[in-house]
Design a protein around this ligand. Structure first.
Ligand code: PRP
Length: 178
């Protein structure tokens, strides 16, 4: 698996430090409230597990599914959202937790759907922001790292469902996915 990686972009140590800080910041920003952390599967699951352990507050966690890539490497533009009708977020302080924002299409679609459900507040926390790839503007409130336009895998991020278990985030060699 490791030989498919051309470069380590974010080491375990860098991720640990940044995620700790993000969690502490969320803890301060939501002091006195009980935020609902809403993870976007599958990519978010490692980030969510680490992030929430650094939020020193009562908080709840739920997950939804969203997928834009299928098994390929380029966004299809079509966003598939799982069933969010049972979420019951009315009046809640919702924090959407994402592993990566690329075109922004997933978040835009999700955000619009969630806002219709009238949460008290809605913020976005994303570990990686690939700004250069944005196709639609979407505001991100908490960003772990800005990221170059390379194919990132590890720490929950996949290529055709592989590499999610790498403990760091690396760039995948093009010859592996082309
Ligand atoms: C990734 C990521 C985001 C989305 C971002 O999910 O987790 O949900 O793509 O891309 P966008 O900004 O271009 O919409 P993916 O579809 O790869 O599914 P996964 O999380 O199950 O790997």
């Amino acid at each position: 698996m490791e030989r498919d990686i051309s470069e380590v972009l974010f080491t375990e140590e860098m991720i640990r430090e940044r995620v700790t800080r993000l969690g502490m910041q969320l803890g301060r920003d939501y002091d006195g409230r009980t935020p609902l952390l809403l993870g976007v599967l599958k990519g978010c699951f490692v980030f969510m597990a680490d992030l929430m352990r650094h939020i020193d507050l009562y908080c709840e966690v739920r997950f939804i599914t969203a997928s834009s890539y299928g098994s390929g490497t380029v966004s299809s533009g079509g966003v598939r959202l799982g069933d969010i009708s049972q979420l019951d977020i009315e009046g809640r302080d919702v924090v959407v937790v994402e592993d990566i924002v690329d075109s922004g299409l997933t978040l835009k679609r999700l955000r619009d759907c969630l806002l219709e459900m009238r949460p008290a507040s809605l913020r976005i926390c994303a570990l990686l922001d690939k700004k250069s790839r944005r196709e639609i503007e979407v505001e991100i409130d908490y960003i772990g790292f800005e990221c170059r336009d390379v194919f990132c895998v590890g720490y929950g991020l996949d290529c055709a469902e592989r590499y999610r278990n790498l403990p760091y985030i690396g760039a995948l060699r093009p010859e592996v996915y082309i």
